[in-house]
Design a binder for this molecule. Structure first.
Ligand SMILES: [Zn+2]
Ligand SMILES: [Zn+2]
Length: 210
């Protein structure tokens, strides 16, 4: 049809596969939610983008790669793909993990991220299931990256503060887990409270933005 057709078709196929995976995991996800409300942020990605959303995100991005590191620079990384999704998460684990009132992170496809000293990153699943790993630097103890998902749809969440100041990052698009906030955020961005609304909002943004 047109030049973009093959890649879009491939993406749709990937998304369809991912959706099947998610449906299969729904029981496990629901069990996790029932077991401990509010412990995870980005698990339930039911939403797939429509054509309009895909085209909205076909924009020219910043120069790549983007570079950054943990606070002490022992764990550095390069991001070779454009981060499209950025949000603030006010959940209790993000507060504790980051030592801040909220997490301000970008989401990028993991295959576009090169971890330079991955052996110095200690990954820990705060709560299983599924597949949500938070990595801290073994030297400074500060967050490096977080990993969610599996296979080609693995996604990394990287704190904005870990990027070099000159890295051009997208603007914050929303606040989630806002009911857990310890700090009010000014402005008119969408704010989602509650577990399911937060998951659905960020899941839709990520799936449409990657
Ligand atoms: Zn460090
Ligand atoms: Zn969170």
């Amino acid at each position: 049809m047109h030049d973009a057709a093959p890649s879009l078709a491939q993406r749709r196929a990937d998304l369809a596969k991912f959706r099947v995976t998610i449906i299969g995991r729904r029981k496990a996800i629901e069990d996790a939610i029932n077991a401990d409300f509010g412990h995870r942020c980005f698990g339930d990605w039911n939403s797939v983008p429509n054509d309009n959303e895909e085209h909205q995100h076909m924009t020219i991005g910043p120069s790549l790669p983007l570079r950054g590191s943990c606070e002490c620079s022992a764990c550095s990384f390069e991001v070779h793909t454009l981060p499209k999704a950025r949000f603030r998460c006010h959940c209790l684990i993000c507060q504790a993990f980051n030592g801040k009132p909220f997490a301000d992170v970008v989401a990028v496809r993991a295959k576009g991220v090169v971890l330079k000293n991955a052996g110095n990153i200690s990954f820990k699943k705060y709560r299983p299931p599924p597949n949500f790993n938070r990595g801290v630097c073994r030297t400074c103890g500060k967050p490096v990256v977080e990993v969610a998902g599996v296979g080609p749809l693995k996604v990394m969440f990287i704190p904005v503060s870990n990027f070099e100041p000159e890295a051009r990052l997208p603007p914050v698009r929303m606040d989630i887990f806002y009911h857990r906030r310890v700090l009010d955020v000014p402005g008119s961005l969408p704010k989602y409270s509650g577990y399911y609304p937060s998951l659905l909002a960020v899941g839709k943004m990520i799936m449409s933005g990657l």
